[in-house]
Design a protein around this ligand. Structure first.
Ligand SMILES: Cc1cc2nc3c(=O)[nH]c(=O)nc-3n(C[C@H](O)[C@H](O)[C@H](O)COP(=O)(O)O)c2cc1C
Length: 191
């Protein structure tokens, strides 16, 4: 399987790191990484993880300015794309087909080729513009997974919250992650 991971400049670039780590565990997975300049800036502000550490988890690292990269063409087959985290600027670009960098072009290609796209949009609160753009992308078939807090299954640490979000993202491609705790059900209590 060949997946593109786009990382843009929203808060929570660390989520991209954990998604890459989880994908790395899957045998036969070929990971193509494209990080925007915004992602690199945000990573610096928010984390001690370096760009190099992120890049080391990918099989192929693409320059966001390289519009001649493989993933810029529909003739280069991929199984889809995850954008994590996804800024509102990148959401806007995808929603209107404004593909002025490689991340946006790769997403545009996945859309036109009907390939799976999972978006992890991060902003709070969402404006109506954001919500309209997200609705548009959902109508085009993208899966929208905002990194929301989870309060079931003992998700009582940041690490567990991240594990849950990463699990939900990879679940979209049919993968199970080792630290994901799914809901096991409860019996109704009779009064
Ligand atoms: C520390 C930091 C945090 C940011 N957080 C967000 C965010 O949560 N959501 C968002 O849409 N933009 C956020 N931004 C702004 C984006 O980085 C900015 O709009 C950028 O142009 C996005 O471009 P890109 O999608 O090409 O990375 C943040 C910027 C910085 C420096």
């Amino acid at each position: 399987m060949r997946l593109i991971v786009g990382v843009s400049g929203a808060s929570g670039v660390i989520l991209g790191y954990y998604v890459l780590k989880a994908l790395r565990q899957i045998s036969g997975m070929e990971i193509h990484l494209v990080m925007t300049e915004g992602a690199k800036t945000t990573l610096q502000y928010e984390s001690s993880i370096t760009v190099e550490e992120m890049e080391a988890l990918a099989d192929v690292v693409h320059d966001n300015k390289n519009m001649a990269a493989t993933i810029s063409s529909g003739s280069y087959k991929t199984d889809g794309m995850i954008v994590v985290p996804c800024s509102m600027k990148s959401i806007a670009g995808m929603a209107c087909g404004f593909a002025d960098n490689l991340l946006l072009r790769a997403a545009d290609v996945c859309l036109k080729e009907n390939r799976k796209i999972v978006l992890v949009p991060r902003e709070m609160p969402f404006s109506r513009i954001h919500l309209r753009n997200l609705t548009t992308l959902s109508e085009y078939g993208c899966s929208i997974i905002p990194p929301l807090l989870t309060f079931y299954n003992d998700s009582n640490s940041v690490e567990k919250q991240i594990n849950h979000i990463v699990g939900k993202i990879l679940m979209q491609f049919g993968f199970e992650t080792k630290d994901f705790v799914s809901w096991t059900g409860r019996n109704m209590i009779k009064s």
